[in-house]
Every structure is written in C-alpha cells, then in structure tokens.
Design a protein. Structure first.
Length: 317
C-alpha cells in the first residue's frame, strides 16, 4: 500500500480544517443570538404598601421559561437589603395580558420576509390565551394604530394581519414613541413586542435619542426582534437601539438572519409572558413619597447553583 506523503497529509488536514470551519460558520449564522438577563421584573405594584407585588420572568440558558419555582427559589432585596417574601405563585394561564404589537412593514420587508412576519404574528394571536388583548401598530413612513386600542377578537386580528403588505420608508423612532405613550396612558399594557428589519429612515434630528430616552419611563417591558434581512441595499438593523430600549425596560432582545426562526421567536416570547411569577414581599424602605427604590429579585439557577438576578426601580407611594 502506498503511503501518503507527509506534506500531502498536512495539506489535506489544512483543507479539512478550513472546510469544517466554513461549514460551522455557515450553520452558525442561523442561530438565534440573544443578549438577555435570566431574571426580568416586568411590573412593580405598590397599591397595598408596605406589601409590594412584583411580576418576574425567569429563563434558562436556552432562554426558555423556568417553571415550577417556589418561594425557596427566590430572594428579594431593596437598595441592597434583603426583604421578607410572603408568597410566590405562578401566573401561568391566569394573568390577563395586554400586548402592544409593532410590525415593521417598510419596503425592505417586501416578498418572503413580510409573509413570514405575517405568519408568525398570526400564529402568536392564534395561540395566545383568550384573556390576552393586543393593540396592533403597523409602521412604514406612516404609523397606523389599527384599532386605536386593545382588542381580544382573534378572528379580527388575524384577518387584519393577513392583509398587510410592505412598502415605503421606516418611521421606527416615532412608532416606538407612540407605544411608550400608549403604555403610560392606558396603564394596562403588559408588554411591547416590536419587529424591525432596519433602521429609521426618516432622518428627523434627535428622534433616535428621543426614542432611547423615552424607553426609560416606559412601564411595559419591550421584547425586540431584529431581522437581519438578506438584501444588503437596505442595510441592517439598529441593534444598539433595540438592545438599549429592551434593556431599559427589562425586556429582551433577539436578532436572527433566518426567516424560519421568526415564528419561533414570537412563540418563545409568548411562552415567557405566559410563565411569569408573582412575588409579594414586605418593604421596609424609608424615604419621602416619590423617592426611588431599587428592588432586585434573585433566583437560584439550578444549572449552575448560583444566584442570578434582575432589578427595577419603583417610587415610594
């Protein structure tokens, strides 16, 4: 048997390594990229103060909701001081939610992307619990608050989404501003879900900063989905903006280059929203009315046996 020369063997090994690396890279680009906290506080209620009620979501390393948690799995701190937890209960399937859904229907979404987005949004509506409501906002250069309020009629929502078509510029910043205002005025919005595949193209001075600053006072957590697209002439997403507004509101940010994963992302967000916990604890915070208090909720990560946490501020009643 002829032996392979050493130089030829080294050459073949290098070629194999390059091909393997290329294949891995090609497969990796379809992976959902996530940058999120494992514990997120979506709401702090102080109507029964000094009893404080917080709503939290907990996800694992795969960004899937963690179920069956008990009082022993949580700790609560105010301004760094541990507080006594009275109760913990799962809100799965019991908490009515009001969702603001923003859909980017600008020209870069034409063709297959808009069809995949429509399918994902309609599937989200079909599978959401019957006690959820949605306020639908479509935006290109124009912003269309379709119903002017929250509705729970799934048939109506699905029919409206099915008729969406793409075209025009991207008025992302003002669409975000509208969602912030709705969240503040209605006081019933539990989450904002925004899908966008690009940057704002309206070129209004200061609008980007306004969109970022506005998120700081937004009461609802923002779940952002950035689709990287496949047509380079339209550019890419404003990742820093989407990341920042999601972080500021204790929501979550996702990006993906894969049309096939848009539906999975919407369903993942739905699972997280539908698997939250209500924690009631006794506050001992001191200060004047309106003074800010930082509340931090820690959860025992059973995969690492470490405590991980998320925080949110509230004002003393």
């Amino acid at each position: 048997m002829n032996k392979i020369p050493k130089k030829a063997f080294v050459f073949l090994f290098i070629i194999f390594f390059i091909l393997q690396t290329f294949l891995f890279t090609a497969l990796a680009v379809t992976t959902i990229i996530v940058n999120n906290s494992k514990v997120a506080i979506s709401e702090v209620i102080t109507t029964d103060y000094p009893k404080v009620k917080v709503t939290v979501s907990v996800v694992d390393r795969n960004n899937e909701p963690v179920e069956n948690l008990t009082i022993n799995d949580f700790k609560v701190y105010e301004n760094g001081i541990k507080r006594k937890i009275i109760s913990v209960r799962s809100l799965k399937g019991t908490k009515p939610l009001s969702i603001i859904m923003l859909l980017d229907i600008s020209g870069s979404m034409q063709g297959e992307p808009i069809e995949e987005l429509k399918n994902a949004a309609m599937e989200f509506i079909r599978l959401m619990p019957n006690n959820w409501k949605v306020q639908l906002i479509q935006f290109n250069e124009y912003i269309n608050d379709v119903y002017g309020g929250f509705i729970s009629n799934k048939t109506e929502l699905i029919s409206t989404i099915s008729q969406i078509y793409a075209g025009g510029a991207t008025n992302l910043h003002n669409a975000l501003g509208l969602s912030y205002n709705i969240s503040k005025q209605t006081k019933e919005s539990d989450a904002i879900i925004i899908f966008s595949d690009g940057v704002d193209t309206m070129n209004v001075a200061g609008s980007r900063e306004k969109a970022i600053n506005g998120s700081l006072s937004c009461k609802a957590p923002i779940y952002s989905i950035g689709y990287l697209g496949y047509n380079p002439q339209f550019g890419s997403i404003d990742e820093d903006l989407l990341k920042t507004i999601s972080s500021n509101t204790r929501g979550r940010f996702y990006k993906t280059p894969s049309l096939n994963e848009i539906n999975e992302l919407y369903q993942r967000i739905s699972r997280i929203l539908n698997n939250q916990y209500e924690i009631i604890y006794v506050s001992e915070a001191e200060g004047k009315k309106g003074e800010g208090v930082n509340v931090r909720v820690a959860n025992l990560d059973k995969e690492t046996n470490e405590w991980v946490s998320g925080d949110r501020d509230y004002n003393l009643p």
